[in-house]
Design a protein around this ligand. Structure first.
Ligand SMILES: Cc1cc2nc3c(=O)[nH]c(=O)nc-3n(C[C@H](O)[C@H](O)[C@H](O)COP(=O)(O)O)c2cc1C
Length: 387
């Protein structure tokens, strides 16, 4: 077993162990991938302020996200096709999150279903929903999340249509993978992945096949997906979803202060400042740059979380210092899952926790809840002086 010291190590192993089609699906942004790149490079522009001779014994990273106790201000973001990176991937990731004491958010486009994850975990998880036209399917999804005891619904609002990711088109991405000479040749080099995949029944979109009208096989799913995303979505429709779900509600995919205000007005409990990991509007601001203007607009009215670009505990610390109550990770835990299954997700969480804890201490804080903007050195005009 190689010595893993950072998220980059897990990424290298993920690349080696998962089929190219699925690694590429994870490691891509839309079009030129500018936003995808800047999500991480913008974090690097922010520096941390070292303090010394401050008592750093007895530290704590524990806090609350939407009123729920967490071991650190981190949540596992919803990631479609997680169960293709490693067999039963959603269950493995949810188990690792639950043992670590951080929330796991299941994607609508997961391979393991809501019911599968609920049956294999003991703590409530969060359920992400895409905004689809089919009212019956949407009601059904919220009802199923309620029946599974989900402790929050997360409505993703930045995907009314899909940003193009070139690699997915070139690789012919599908779940389960289409068998072509190229995909077979590649999968033949991923033997442990293939053996585990053969041992599970979960190889389709578990929340959709058999639940959406007329979708009983993967072929009809392709048509369904293309036709179902609601391009006419507006805030009134999101108000209807609010009525379908009376538990804690998080709105994910906000980058503009005006949209953050709308999210407050529909009665959300939290928002996630996110550009979908650079997978939707290429050319959009990185999330960390978009955060401060949003904090100024709604920071005292609603809990603000952030994702996109977090690859270390230092990134979590920077997001928290800028005002985010929580930082969600997507690729960072998927690398771990693709590398080593549940143990890899645990490793990703351990790496991030250690980096967060140590960096927080070296900035002179013992409690993550006291961390503030004072620990940061941010380039002037970081949020941008755009016209
Ligand atoms: C492979 C992949 C699939 C994703 N699928 C979903 C999804 O099904 N629903 C959703 O709301 N967000 C989805 N996202 C976005 C993540 O929830 C999150 O916003 C993003 O990964 C954060 O950026 P990071 O990967 O740089 O941490 C996906 C991201 C990736 C990388």
């Amino acid at each position: 077993m190689p010595t893993i010291t950072n998220i980059e190590d897990l990424k290298r192993l993920h690349r080696r162990r998962a089929p190219k089609m699925f690694y590429d699906y994870c490691e891509s942004g839309s079009w030129s991938e500018q936003t995808f790149r800047e999500n991480t490079s913008d974090f690097d522009q922010i520096r941390l302020r070292q303090r010394v001779a401050i008592d750093m014994a007895n530290r704590s990273t524990a806090t609350q996200l939407i009123g729920q106790d967490v071991a650190m201000p981190v949540a596992l973001a919803p990631v479609g096709l997680t169960g293709m990176q490693n067999a039963d991937g959603e269950i493995k990731a949810a188990k690792a999150a639950e043992k670590f004491g951080v929330p796991y958010c299941l994607s609508t486009m997961s391979i393991c279903s809501i019911e599968d994850v609920a049956a294999n975990t003991s703590k409530p998880f969060w359920m992400q929903v895409y905004t689809l036209k089919d009212d019956d399917f949407m009601r059904g999804l919220f009802d199923r999340a309620k029946a599974a005891n989900c402790s929050a619904a997360v409505i993703t609002v930045d995907l009314q249509l899909l940003g193009q990711r070139h690699k997915d088109l070139k690789n012919g991405l599908s779940a389960p993978p289409k068998l072509t000479p190229k995909s077979i040749a590649n999968m033949a080099t991923k033997v442990p992945w293939g053996l585990e995949m053969l041992q599970t029944k979960r190889r389709f979109f578990g929340n959709i096949v058999g639940h959406a009208k007329g979708v009983n096989d993967p072929a009809s799913l392709t048509t369904w997906t293309a036709e179902s995303f609601d391009q006419s979505l507006n805030w009134d429709r999101i108000r209807e979803f609010r009525k379908m779900w009376n538990g804690p509600l998080i709105i994910k995919g906000i980058l503009d202060p005006r949209d953050a205000i709308e999210a407050c007005n529909v009665g959300a409990d939290a928002i996630v400042v996110s550009n979908h990991g650079g997978r939707q509007l290429d050319g959009a601001l990185s999330s960390i740059r978009a955060l401060e203007p949003i904090m100024d607009a709604v920071g005292d009215k609603i809990e603000v979380h952030l994702d996109s670009g977090i690859r270390s505990g230092q990134d979590v610390l920077k997001a928290v210092a800028m005002g985010a109550k929580g930082a969600w990770i997507g690729r960072a835990y998927i690398y771990g899952l693709g590398a080593m299954g549940e143990a890899g997700v645990t490793k990703a969480l351990e790496v991030i926790h250690k980096e967060l804890d140590t960096s927080m201490a070296l900035c002179g804080h013992r409690d993550v809840n006291t961390v503030d903007r004072d620990i940061l050195m941010v380039p002037k005009n970081f949020s941008g002086d755009w016209s």
